[in-house]
Design a protein around this ligand. Structure first.
Ligand SMILES: Cc1cc2nc3c(=O)[nH]c(=O)nc-3n(C[C@H](O)[C@H](O)[C@H](O)COP(=O)(O)OP(=O)(O)OC[C@H]3O[C@@H](n4cnc5c(N)ncnc54)[C@H](O)[C@@H]3O)c2cc1C
Ligand code: SF4
Length: 361
Protein backbone atom coordinates (compact mmCIF):
# COMPACT_ATOMS: atom_id res chain seq x y z
CA UNK A 1 0.00 0.00 0.00
CA UNK A 2 2.89 2.35 0.76
CA UNK A 3 4.36 1.63 -2.68
CA UNK A 4 1.03 1.83 -4.45
CA UNK A 5 0.15 5.20 -2.91
CA UNK A 6 3.74 6.47 -2.74
CA UNK A 7 3.62 7.18 0.99
CA UNK A 8 6.79 7.50 3.09
CA UNK A 9 8.85 6.25 0.15
CA UNK A 10 12.40 7.13 -0.82
CA UNK A 11 12.34 6.16 -4.49
CA UNK A 12 11.59 2.43 -4.53
CA UNK A 13 12.74 1.99 -0.92
CA UNK A 14 10.90 2.72 2.33
CA UNK A 15 11.76 6.02 3.99
CA UNK A 16 14.42 5.40 6.68
CA UNK A 17 15.43 2.04 5.15
CA UNK A 18 12.84 -0.16 6.83
CA UNK A 19 9.09 -0.69 6.55
CA UNK A 20 8.24 -1.10 10.20
CA UNK A 21 9.44 0.64 13.37
CA UNK A 22 7.38 -1.37 15.87
CA UNK A 23 10.46 -2.31 17.87
CA UNK A 24 10.79 1.40 18.84
CA UNK A 25 7.10 1.72 19.61
CA UNK A 26 6.63 -0.43 22.71
CA UNK A 27 7.76 1.90 25.45
CA UNK A 28 6.02 2.09 28.84
CA UNK A 29 6.02 5.24 31.02
CA UNK A 30 8.04 3.99 33.97
CA UNK A 31 7.00 4.23 37.63
CA UNK A 32 6.50 8.01 37.55
CA UNK A 33 3.76 7.74 34.91
CA UNK A 34 3.15 9.86 31.81
CA UNK A 35 3.32 13.27 33.54
CA UNK A 36 1.44 16.10 31.85
CA UNK A 37 -0.44 14.78 28.80
CA UNK A 38 -2.00 17.39 26.43
CA UNK A 39 -5.75 17.68 27.03
CA UNK A 40 -7.98 16.06 24.40
CA UNK A 41 -9.62 18.28 21.77
CA UNK A 42 -13.11 19.00 23.13
CA UNK A 43 -16.11 20.44 21.30
CA UNK A 44 -19.06 21.79 23.26
CA UNK A 45 -22.32 20.25 22.02
CA UNK A 46 -24.32 22.52 19.70
CA UNK A 47 -28.08 22.98 20.27
CA UNK A 48 -28.76 20.13 17.84
CA UNK A 49 -26.24 17.79 19.49
CA UNK A 50 -27.69 18.66 22.89
CA UNK A 51 -31.17 17.85 21.64
CA UNK A 52 -30.00 14.39 20.62
CA UNK A 53 -28.17 13.89 23.93
CA UNK A 54 -31.38 14.78 25.79
CA UNK A 55 -33.40 12.43 23.61
CA UNK A 56 -31.01 9.54 24.24
CA UNK A 57 -30.95 10.28 27.99
CA UNK A 58 -34.75 10.19 28.08
CA UNK A 59 -35.39 7.19 25.86
CA UNK A 60 -32.50 5.05 27.07
CA UNK A 61 -32.24 6.16 30.68
CA UNK A 62 -31.45 2.66 31.92
CA UNK A 63 -28.77 1.85 29.38
CA UNK A 64 -25.11 1.63 30.52
CA UNK A 65 -22.80 4.58 29.93
CA UNK A 66 -23.00 8.34 30.28
CA UNK A 67 -23.24 11.28 27.87
CA UNK A 68 -22.15 13.89 30.41
CA UNK A 69 -18.61 14.09 28.96
CA UNK A 70 -19.66 14.14 25.28
CA UNK A 71 -17.17 16.38 23.45
CA UNK A 72 -16.52 14.55 20.16
CA UNK A 73 -16.15 16.38 16.84
CA UNK A 74 -19.48 16.17 14.98
CA UNK A 75 -18.89 18.50 12.02
CA UNK A 76 -16.31 18.57 9.24
CA UNK A 77 -14.74 21.75 10.65
CA UNK A 78 -14.43 20.22 14.13
CA UNK A 79 -12.96 17.00 12.73
CA UNK A 80 -10.30 18.98 10.82
CA UNK A 81 -9.50 20.89 14.01
CA UNK A 82 -9.18 17.61 15.94
CA UNK A 83 -6.78 16.28 13.26
CA UNK A 84 -4.68 19.43 13.47
CA UNK A 85 -4.59 19.34 17.28
CA UNK A 86 -3.41 15.72 17.13
CA UNK A 87 -0.63 16.56 14.68
CA UNK A 88 0.54 19.58 16.68
CA UNK A 89 0.22 18.14 20.21
CA UNK A 90 0.37 14.34 20.21
CA UNK A 91 1.79 12.85 17.04
CA UNK A 92 5.44 13.29 18.00
CA UNK A 93 5.03 10.91 20.97
CA UNK A 94 2.36 8.66 19.40
CA UNK A 95 4.84 5.99 18.30
CA UNK A 96 6.88 5.72 21.49
CA UNK A 97 3.86 5.31 23.76
CA UNK A 98 1.46 3.62 21.35
CA UNK A 99 1.16 0.47 23.50
CA UNK A 100 1.46 2.08 26.94
CA UNK A 101 -1.26 1.94 29.61
CA UNK A 102 -1.77 4.21 32.59
CA UNK A 103 -4.63 4.26 35.14
CA UNK A 104 -6.87 7.32 34.94
CA UNK A 105 -5.26 8.44 31.64
CA UNK A 106 -7.62 7.50 28.83
CA UNK A 107 -6.28 9.74 26.04
CA UNK A 108 -2.47 9.56 26.19
CA UNK A 109 -0.86 10.19 22.79
CA UNK A 110 -3.56 8.63 20.62
CA UNK A 111 -5.43 10.60 17.94
CA UNK A 112 -9.06 9.95 18.99
CA UNK A 113 -9.94 10.25 15.30
CA UNK A 114 -11.56 6.84 14.69
CA UNK A 115 -15.16 8.05 15.05
CA UNK A 116 -14.54 11.03 12.73
CA UNK A 117 -12.96 8.66 10.18
CA UNK A 118 -15.73 6.07 10.40
CA UNK A 119 -18.39 8.78 10.11
CA UNK A 120 -16.58 10.07 6.99
CA UNK A 121 -15.98 13.50 8.52
CA UNK A 122 -12.35 12.84 7.61
CA UNK A 123 -11.01 10.72 4.76
CA UNK A 124 -8.32 8.16 5.45
CA UNK A 125 -6.30 9.62 2.58
CA UNK A 126 -6.22 13.15 3.99
CA UNK A 127 -5.29 11.97 7.49
CA UNK A 128 -2.40 9.91 6.11
CA UNK A 129 -1.27 12.83 3.89
CA UNK A 130 -1.33 15.28 6.83
CA UNK A 131 0.78 12.99 8.99
CA UNK A 132 3.27 12.33 6.19
CA UNK A 133 3.59 16.12 5.72
CA UNK A 134 4.20 16.59 9.46
CA UNK A 135 7.08 14.08 9.22
CA UNK A 136 8.54 15.89 6.18
CA UNK A 137 8.27 19.21 8.05
CA UNK A 138 10.23 17.78 10.98
CA UNK A 139 7.26 17.89 13.37
CA UNK A 140 7.30 14.15 14.14
CA UNK A 141 9.89 11.36 14.07
CA UNK A 142 9.60 8.59 11.50
CA UNK A 143 8.70 5.98 14.14
CA UNK A 144 5.52 7.97 14.95
CA UNK A 145 4.55 8.83 11.39
CA UNK A 146 5.17 5.27 10.12
CA UNK A 147 3.38 3.67 13.09
CA UNK A 148 0.38 5.96 12.76
CA UNK A 149 0.07 5.67 8.99
CA UNK A 150 0.28 1.86 9.27
CA UNK A 151 -2.75 1.83 11.60
CA UNK A 152 -4.83 3.49 8.92
CA UNK A 153 -3.35 2.43 5.60
CA UNK A 154 -2.45 -1.02 6.92
CA UNK A 155 -4.76 -2.23 9.69
CA UNK A 156 -7.90 -0.28 8.90
CA UNK A 157 -7.82 -1.29 5.22
CA UNK A 158 -6.96 -4.88 6.16
CA UNK A 159 -9.97 -5.24 8.48
CA UNK A 160 -12.16 -3.64 5.81
CA UNK A 161 -11.03 -6.33 3.38
CA UNK A 162 -11.64 -9.11 5.91
CA UNK A 163 -15.17 -7.89 6.63
CA UNK A 164 -16.32 -7.41 3.06
CA UNK A 165 -14.79 -10.63 1.73
CA UNK A 166 -15.88 -12.86 4.65
CA UNK A 167 -19.34 -11.64 5.63
CA UNK A 168 -22.04 -12.72 6.32
CA UNK A 169 -20.67 -16.07 7.58
CA UNK A 170 -17.77 -14.49 9.50
CA UNK A 171 -20.03 -13.18 12.25
CA UNK A 172 -21.00 -16.75 13.32
CA UNK A 173 -17.48 -18.22 13.60
CA UNK A 174 -16.34 -19.67 16.92
CA UNK A 175 -13.15 -21.62 16.17
CA UNK A 176 -12.23 -22.17 19.84
CA UNK A 177 -15.77 -23.28 20.73
CA UNK A 178 -15.93 -20.65 23.49
CA UNK A 179 -19.27 -20.93 25.30
CA UNK A 180 -19.06 -18.76 28.46
CA UNK A 181 -21.28 -15.73 28.99
CA UNK A 182 -19.71 -12.27 29.18
CA UNK A 183 -19.52 -11.35 32.91
CA UNK A 184 -22.24 -8.88 33.84
CA UNK A 185 -19.69 -6.46 35.29
CA UNK A 186 -18.47 -5.65 31.77
CA UNK A 187 -21.57 -3.38 31.69
CA UNK A 188 -20.89 -1.70 35.06
CA UNK A 189 -17.16 -1.90 35.81
CA UNK A 190 -17.89 -3.60 39.15
CA UNK A 191 -14.74 -5.67 39.31
CA UNK A 192 -11.78 -5.64 41.69
CA UNK A 193 -9.29 -6.19 38.86
CA UNK A 194 -7.72 -2.72 38.65
CA UNK A 195 -6.86 -2.78 34.93
CA UNK A 196 -10.36 -3.90 33.92
CA UNK A 197 -12.03 -1.52 36.34
CA UNK A 198 -10.10 1.37 34.80
CA UNK A 199 -10.68 0.38 31.15
CA UNK A 200 -14.41 -0.30 31.63
CA UNK A 201 -15.05 2.84 33.72
CA UNK A 202 -13.52 5.12 31.07
CA UNK A 203 -15.33 3.21 28.32
CA UNK A 204 -18.69 3.85 30.01
CA UNK A 205 -17.81 7.48 30.67
CA UNK A 206 -16.32 8.46 27.31
CA UNK A 207 -17.14 5.67 24.84
CA UNK A 208 -13.39 5.44 24.23
CA UNK A 209 -10.49 3.11 25.03
CA UNK A 210 -7.26 2.90 23.09
CA UNK A 211 -6.16 -0.15 21.16
CA UNK A 212 -4.10 -1.91 23.82
CA UNK A 213 -6.91 -1.52 26.36
CA UNK A 214 -9.34 -3.10 23.87
CA UNK A 215 -6.98 -5.87 22.76
CA UNK A 216 -4.93 -6.68 25.86
CA UNK A 217 -7.25 -5.75 28.76
CA UNK A 218 -10.95 -6.28 27.95
CA UNK A 219 -10.41 -8.46 24.87
CA UNK A 220 -7.73 -10.62 26.46
CA UNK A 221 -9.85 -11.27 29.54
CA UNK A 222 -12.84 -12.39 27.44
CA UNK A 223 -10.59 -14.63 25.30
CA UNK A 224 -8.92 -16.30 28.29
CA UNK A 225 -12.25 -16.74 30.08
CA UNK A 226 -13.70 -18.42 26.96
CA UNK A 227 -16.62 -16.06 26.25
CA UNK A 228 -18.74 -16.68 23.13
CA UNK A 229 -17.24 -14.33 20.47
CA UNK A 230 -20.74 -13.17 19.48
CA UNK A 231 -21.32 -11.80 23.00
CA UNK A 232 -17.94 -10.05 22.98
CA UNK A 233 -18.82 -8.59 19.57
CA UNK A 234 -22.15 -7.29 20.93
CA UNK A 235 -20.34 -5.56 23.80
CA UNK A 236 -17.75 -3.80 21.61
CA UNK A 237 -20.43 -2.76 19.14
CA UNK A 238 -22.45 -1.19 21.97
CA UNK A 239 -19.88 0.69 24.01
CA UNK A 240 -17.52 2.61 21.69
CA UNK A 241 -18.28 5.85 19.81
CA UNK A 242 -16.32 4.55 16.81
CA UNK A 243 -18.13 1.20 16.68
CA UNK A 244 -19.14 0.46 13.11
CA UNK A 245 -19.52 -3.22 12.37
CA UNK A 246 -17.08 -3.43 9.47
CA UNK A 247 -14.21 -2.16 11.65
CA UNK A 248 -15.35 -3.62 14.95
CA UNK A 249 -16.19 -7.20 14.01
CA UNK A 250 -12.86 -8.36 12.48
CA UNK A 251 -10.98 -6.65 15.31
CA UNK A 252 -13.11 -8.36 17.93
CA UNK A 253 -13.95 -11.77 16.54
CA UNK A 254 -10.73 -12.21 14.54
CA UNK A 255 -7.88 -10.28 16.10
CA UNK A 256 -8.94 -10.30 19.73
CA UNK A 257 -10.93 -13.55 20.18
CA UNK A 258 -9.27 -15.78 17.52
CA UNK A 259 -12.83 -16.81 16.62
CA UNK A 260 -11.89 -17.18 12.95
CA UNK A 261 -9.20 -19.76 13.77
CA UNK A 262 -6.34 -17.66 12.39
CA UNK A 263 -7.72 -16.06 9.24
CA UNK A 264 -6.95 -12.58 10.52
CA UNK A 265 -4.21 -13.06 13.14
CA UNK A 266 -1.62 -15.80 12.91
CA UNK A 267 -1.92 -16.70 16.62
CA UNK A 268 -4.16 -15.88 19.56
CA UNK A 269 -3.05 -12.72 21.41
CA UNK A 270 -2.61 -14.35 24.84
CA UNK A 271 -0.48 -13.20 27.76
CA UNK A 272 -0.37 -13.30 31.55
CA UNK A 273 -0.98 -10.30 33.83
CA UNK A 274 2.74 -9.60 33.55
CA UNK A 275 2.19 -8.07 30.11
CA UNK A 276 -0.26 -5.56 31.63
CA UNK A 277 2.18 -4.90 34.47
CA UNK A 278 4.98 -4.20 31.97
CA UNK A 279 2.89 -1.76 29.93
CA UNK A 280 1.51 0.39 32.75
CA UNK A 281 0.82 1.24 36.37
CA UNK A 282 -2.39 -0.69 37.06
CA UNK A 283 -0.94 -3.66 38.91
CA UNK A 284 0.66 -1.68 41.73
CA UNK A 285 -2.84 -0.58 42.82
CA UNK A 286 -4.44 -4.01 42.45
CA UNK A 287 -5.26 -6.63 45.06
CA UNK A 288 -3.89 -9.34 42.73
CA UNK A 289 -0.30 -10.19 41.85
CA UNK A 290 0.47 -10.71 38.15
CA UNK A 291 3.36 -13.06 38.95
CA UNK A 292 1.07 -15.59 40.69
CA UNK A 293 -1.07 -18.17 38.93
CA UNK A 294 -2.39 -19.99 42.02
CA UNK A 295 -3.72 -18.91 45.38
CA UNK A 296 -5.94 -16.10 46.64
CA UNK A 297 -3.78 -13.30 45.29
CA UNK A 298 -3.19 -14.88 41.88
CA UNK A 299 -3.94 -12.47 39.03
CA UNK A 300 -6.96 -13.81 37.14
CA UNK A 301 -5.21 -13.14 33.80
CA UNK A 302 -2.26 -15.26 34.85
CA UNK A 303 -4.42 -18.13 36.07
CA UNK A 304 -6.61 -18.01 32.98
CA UNK A 305 -3.60 -17.81 30.65
CA UNK A 306 -2.31 -21.18 31.88
CA UNK A 307 -5.83 -22.58 31.87
CA UNK A 308 -6.21 -21.39 28.24
CA UNK A 309 -3.01 -23.18 27.21
CA UNK A 310 -4.16 -26.36 29.00
CA UNK A 311 -7.62 -26.28 27.40
CA UNK A 312 -6.27 -25.74 23.87
CA UNK A 313 -2.93 -27.53 24.21
CA UNK A 314 -3.37 -29.97 21.31
CA UNK A 315 -4.63 -27.40 18.81
CA UNK A 316 -2.09 -24.73 19.81
CA UNK A 317 0.87 -27.13 19.64
CA UNK A 318 0.32 -27.30 15.87
CA UNK A 319 0.83 -23.52 15.53
CA UNK A 320 4.56 -22.80 15.16
CA UNK A 321 4.10 -19.28 16.61
CA UNK A 322 2.60 -20.80 19.80
CA UNK A 323 5.01 -23.71 20.17
CA UNK A 324 7.24 -22.06 22.77
CA UNK A 325 4.32 -20.96 24.95
CA UNK A 326 2.76 -24.44 24.82
CA UNK A 327 6.12 -26.05 25.59
CA UNK A 328 6.27 -24.13 28.88
CA UNK A 329 3.19 -26.06 30.01
CA UNK A 330 5.41 -29.10 30.46
CA UNK A 331 6.92 -27.37 33.49
CA UNK A 332 3.61 -27.63 35.38
CA UNK A 333 3.10 -30.69 37.60
CA UNK A 334 -0.23 -32.50 37.74
CA UNK A 335 -1.06 -30.78 41.04
CA UNK A 336 -0.25 -27.35 39.61
CA UNK A 337 -2.49 -28.02 36.63
CA UNK A 338 -5.30 -29.01 38.96
CA UNK A 339 -4.88 -25.87 41.06
CA UNK A 340 -4.95 -23.66 37.96
CA UNK A 341 -8.08 -25.39 36.64
CA UNK A 342 -9.82 -25.08 40.03
CA UNK A 343 -9.12 -21.34 40.33
CA UNK A 344 -10.10 -20.77 36.70
CA UNK A 345 -13.42 -22.45 37.54
CA UNK A 346 -13.90 -20.06 40.48
CA UNK A 347 -13.21 -17.07 38.20
CA UNK A 348 -15.79 -18.37 35.70
CA UNK A 349 -18.38 -18.80 38.43
CA UNK A 350 -17.85 -15.14 39.43
CA UNK A 351 -16.34 -16.07 42.83
CA UNK A 352 -13.17 -14.15 41.91
CA UNK A 353 -13.03 -10.78 40.14
CA UNK A 354 -16.58 -9.48 40.60
CA UNK A 355 -17.00 -6.93 43.41
CA UNK A 356 -19.31 -7.81 46.33
CA UNK A 357 -22.20 -5.56 45.16
CA UNK A 358 -22.43 -7.53 41.97
CA UNK A 359 -22.14 -10.98 43.53
CA UNK A 360 -25.37 -10.35 45.43
CA UNK A 361 -26.96 -8.83 42.31
C1 LIG B 1 -11.57 -5.67 20.18
C2 LIG B 1 -11.35 -4.43 19.37
C3 LIG B 1 -12.44 -3.71 18.87
C4 LIG B 1 -12.24 -2.57 18.08
N1 LIG B 1 -13.34 -1.91 17.60
C5 LIG B 1 -13.17 -0.82 16.79
C6 LIG B 1 -14.30 -0.13 16.25
O1 LIG B 1 -15.46 -0.48 16.52
N2 LIG B 1 -14.08 0.94 15.45
C7 LIG B 1 -12.81 1.37 15.15
O2 LIG B 1 -12.66 2.35 14.42
N3 LIG B 1 -11.72 0.72 15.63
C8 LIG B 1 -11.86 -0.35 16.44
N4 LIG B 1 -10.75 -1.00 16.94
C9 LIG B 1 -9.39 -0.58 16.50
C10 LIG B 1 -8.69 0.44 17.41
O3 LIG B 1 -8.63 -0.04 18.73
C11 LIG B 1 -9.39 1.81 17.37
O4 LIG B 1 -9.48 2.25 16.03
C12 LIG B 1 -8.58 2.86 18.14
O5 LIG B 1 -8.39 2.45 19.47
C13 LIG B 1 -9.33 4.19 18.11
O6 LIG B 1 -8.68 5.16 18.87
P1 LIG B 1 -7.81 6.31 18.18
O7 LIG B 1 -8.60 6.99 17.12
O8 LIG B 1 -7.27 7.16 19.27
O9 LIG B 1 -6.68 5.46 17.49
P2 LIG B 1 -5.11 5.71 17.27
O10 LIG B 1 -4.36 4.85 18.20
O11 LIG B 1 -4.81 7.14 17.26
O12 LIG B 1 -4.90 5.10 15.79
C14 LIG B 1 -5.11 5.90 14.61
C15 LIG B 1 -6.21 5.37 13.73
O13 LIG B 1 -5.83 4.13 13.15
C16 LIG B 1 -6.98 3.33 12.93
N5 LIG B 1 -6.76 2.02 13.59
C17 LIG B 1 -5.87 1.72 14.54
N6 LIG B 1 -5.90 0.40 14.84
C18 LIG B 1 -6.86 -0.12 14.05
C19 LIG B 1 -7.38 -1.43 13.90
N7 LIG B 1 -6.91 -2.48 14.58
N8 LIG B 1 -8.37 -1.60 13.01
C20 LIG B 1 -8.86 -0.56 12.29
N9 LIG B 1 -8.42 0.69 12.39
C21 LIG B 1 -7.41 0.90 13.26
C22 LIG B 1 -8.17 4.06 13.53
O14 LIG B 1 -8.90 4.67 12.49
C23 LIG B 1 -7.53 5.10 14.44
O15 LIG B 1 -8.30 6.27 14.56
C24 LIG B 1 -10.92 -2.15 17.76
C25 LIG B 1 -9.84 -2.87 18.27
C26 LIG B 1 -10.05 -3.99 19.06
C27 LIG B 1 -8.86 -4.75 19.56
S1 SF4 C 1 -2.67 -7.80 38.84
FE1 SF4 C 1 -3.81 -8.69 37.15
S2 SF4 C 1 -5.93 -8.01 37.40
FE2 SF4 C 1 -4.64 -6.69 38.68
S3 SF4 C 1 -4.18 -4.91 37.41
FE3 SF4 C 1 -2.50 -6.37 37.12
S4 SF4 C 1 -3.10 -7.58 35.34
FE4 SF4 C 1 -4.94 -6.52 36.03
Amino acid sequence: MRKRHNILMDGAEPEGGQWNFDADNREAFGPEGPGQVPPRAMFAPSALTQEVIDLVNTRFANHPGSLSSFAWPVTRAQALEALERFVQERLALFGRFEDALWPGEPWLYHSHLSAALNLKLLSAREVVARVEQAYKDGQAPLQSAEGFIRQILGWREYVRGIYWTQMPGYCELNALNAQEDLPEWFWTGHTDMACLQDAIAQTLQYGYAHHIQRLMVTGLFALLLGVRPQQVHAWYLSVYVDAVEWVELPNTLGMSQYGDGGLMASKPYVATGKYIQRMGGNCSGCRYDPALREGDRACPYTTLYWDFLMRHETALAKNPRMALQVKNLARLSGNERQAVAARAGAIRRGEVGATPQLKSH
